[in-house]
Design a protein around this ligand. Structure first.
Ligand code: ADA
Length: 574
């Protein structure tokens, strides 16, 4: 397994490696494909975004990946896809066994047993725009919509009764009391004996546990509890054995709450300082090797960050494991970008939003690093028509998880009609970049007054008890571009811009958090939508796409590493 949870009793084969591959082009009806008729003419690694590879760069159409695997005779199987894009149909031995229309989302596909040992897995992926087939992704979104099997694939052989997932919820940090919800699959009995062990310790038998709605719920006091916090990210494991199956989950003991406008972890105020980050590399697209994930987090640590906003889709579970270990706080969100009334009124879009948001929360539930859920980045939340979907998604998250903060990054900070639905007000603002006064050279003077204007508006709306996170703010700089004007696009302007922003955030206790747009330059659309995006990259990275630091790197680092908590403590205790 590439990430938690682990399994030790079932046979699991990691299918990463080189698969057969063919790109079929743009003329195919994916529903009429017969896997047995496909001729493969290339090889492609899994994971990969095929269109990040030079031979397929910029191509939109249908591509097919194929591999073969030897399994145990007579065993049921489940395939775990950790995430792909934009749409996929999945076939085993020429039979369609599943499909996925939720880019970047981890999901499972059930495979019936067969009377032969060798099984053929074919994944038909399609990266064409199609509002029905893949309603969550649109061409105008400001990040490149790749196609392919972006994340790992695992083949699990499962017994008749298996453990689907286990969710661990902190009830008491000091005493180490947790609620454990075990979700079963398959031949589920009315009651069941379980074995449970924390941190690879002695296992305890829980006899005859009642199953209701495929779940067993326990409240457990664990031995030797240690709290998780960003400064001291202590982790625990929990192993559950049910029949012939087991699962090892990793979790952290911690609480998250919003108190007097401040985000608190275990009752301690936090100033969240960090970046928005795309899963992006010019050579791999969103299929990043673990080495890159670690390097990105090391760079963020060096910058003095404790906060990452995973823009704008469900995160790689390996990345979240690393965030758990390294003490980052994460804002994870489902896929959306500037969606408008035509989306809010489209049942396919709304259902897919709910499906993806539910899957995101379930997949990431046990990561202590995730402290905040979001959705519909920059949707038209100034319009009344947005309310029903915004409300539906907030309710769906709270139904799945009542322990974390709910928000949505808004670019309508003065007119948003949905603030009442959130625990945290998150605003995306670009004063001094998309400047009010288009005649000014270096409009840095717009930044602080605009931040104050937003704060005054929130006070007027009676929202002072909700923490305020600036979930995006930033300026683009072309790597290496220095110029006597020091105007927009220069490294100097970006550095001066982020200096102004960071200093205001550090000195202002009303601001609970900052996620600068953007960690590193990231590939965006290649069509004429990109006329504001030189090189077809979003260039607001503090590092370029190869993670080379721009001038702003040291500026942000100097400021983030200063002290910022005094004001917050006073505010929290007010
Ligand atoms: C928005 C959006 C980002 C990016 C940014 C920008 O706030 O959420 O994805 O497009 O603007 O660079 O303008």
């Amino acid at each position: 397994m590439i990430a938690y949870p682990l399994r030790t009793m079932r046979k699991v084969q990691l299918l990463d490696g080189n698969w057969d591959f063919v790109f079929l082009g743009d003329g195919i009806d994916v529903e009429s494909i017969k896997p047995s008729c496909i001729v493969y003419d290339d090889r492609m690694p899994v994971p990969s975004a095929f269109d990040a590879y030079p031979s397929y760069a910029g191509k939109r159409g249908t591509a097919v990946y194929r591999t073969k695997i030897e399994v145990t005779l007579g065993r049921k199987s489940r395939i775990h896809f950790h995430g792909l894009g934009m749409w996929a149909g999945i076939y085993v031995d020429n039979q369609r066994v599943g499909q996925c229309s939720l880019p970047y989302t981890g999901f499972w596909v059930d495979v019936p047993p067969a009377s032969h040992r060798e099984r053929e897995l074919v994944v038909v992926v399609d990266n064409r725009w199609d509002a029905r087939r893949a309603p969550l992704q649109e061409q105008y979104y400001d990040f490149y919509a790749y196609g392919g099997i972006f994340r790992s694939v695992e083949w699990h052989e499962v017994p008749d009764l298996s453990i689907d997932r286990v969710s661990v919820t902190t009830l008491d940090v000091k005493a180490g009391v947790v609620a454990v919800a075990i979700k079963l699959l398959g031949a589920v009995p009315d009651s069941l004996d379980l074995r449970i062990a924390f941190d690879a310790g002695q296992s305890v038998v829980w006899k005859n546990q009642k199953v209701s709605d495929d779940h067993i719920h326990l409240e457990v006091k664990m031995p030797d509890p240690a709290a998780w916090s960003p400064r001291n990210p202590r982790l625990h494991t929990l192993r559950v054995v049910a029949g012939d199956d087991d699962i090892i989950e990793r979790f952290g003991l911690r609480t998250v709450e919003a108190r007097n406008g401040v985000v608190c972890i275990n009752g301690e105020p936090q100033k969240l300082l960090g970046y928005c980050r795309h899963e992006s590399h010019p050579q791999f697209g969103p299929a990043l090797p673990v080495q890159q994930l670690v390097q990105d987090l090391q760079l963020l640590k060096d910058l003095g960050c404790n906060f990452v906003r995973g823009a704008h889709y469900p995160q790689d579970q390996r990345f979240l494991d690393l965030c758990d270990e390294m003490g980052f706080c994460v804002f994870e969100e489902s896929l959306g970008w500037n969606n408008d009334v035509q989306h809010f009124n489209n049942p396919d879009f709304c259902d897919a939003q709910e499906e993806q948001t539910t899957a995101m929360v379930r997949n990431s539930y046990n990561h202590p690093s995730v402290i905040m859920w979001g959705y519909l980045n920059e949707g038209r939340s100034d319009k009344q028509e947005s309310r029903s979907l915004y409300k539906r998604l907030a309710e769906c998250i709270r139904r799945e998880d009542g322990t974390r903060l709910v928000t949505s990054a808004s670019n309508q900070p003065l007119t948003d009609v949905n603030y009442d639905l959130f625990d945290v007000v998150a605003v995306n603002i670009y004063p001094g970049w998309y400047a009010e006064d288009r005649e000014l050279v270096r409009p840095l003077g717009e930044i602080v007054p605009y931040i104050h204007k937003v704060i005054t508006h929130l006070e007027k709306e009676g929202l002072q008890a909700k923490p305020l996170v600036i979930s995006e703010i930033g300026a683009a700089a072309l790597y290496g571009w220095r110029d006597p004007l020091n105007a927009q696009w220069t490294e100097q302007y970006q550095s001066d811009y982020l200096e102004t922003v960071c200093e205001e955030v550090m000195r202002n206790p009303r601001i609970s958090g900052l996620a600068i747009w953007l960690f590193c330059d990231s590939r965006t659309y290649a069509s004429s939508h990109s006329l504001m995006r030189p090189r077809t990259f979003n260039n607001k990275g503090t590092l370029d796409e190869y993670r080379r630091p721009k001038m702003a790197y040291n500026t942000v680092k100097r400021i983030f590493r200063g002290d910022n908590l005094c004001g917050l403590r006073a505010r929290m205790n007010a």
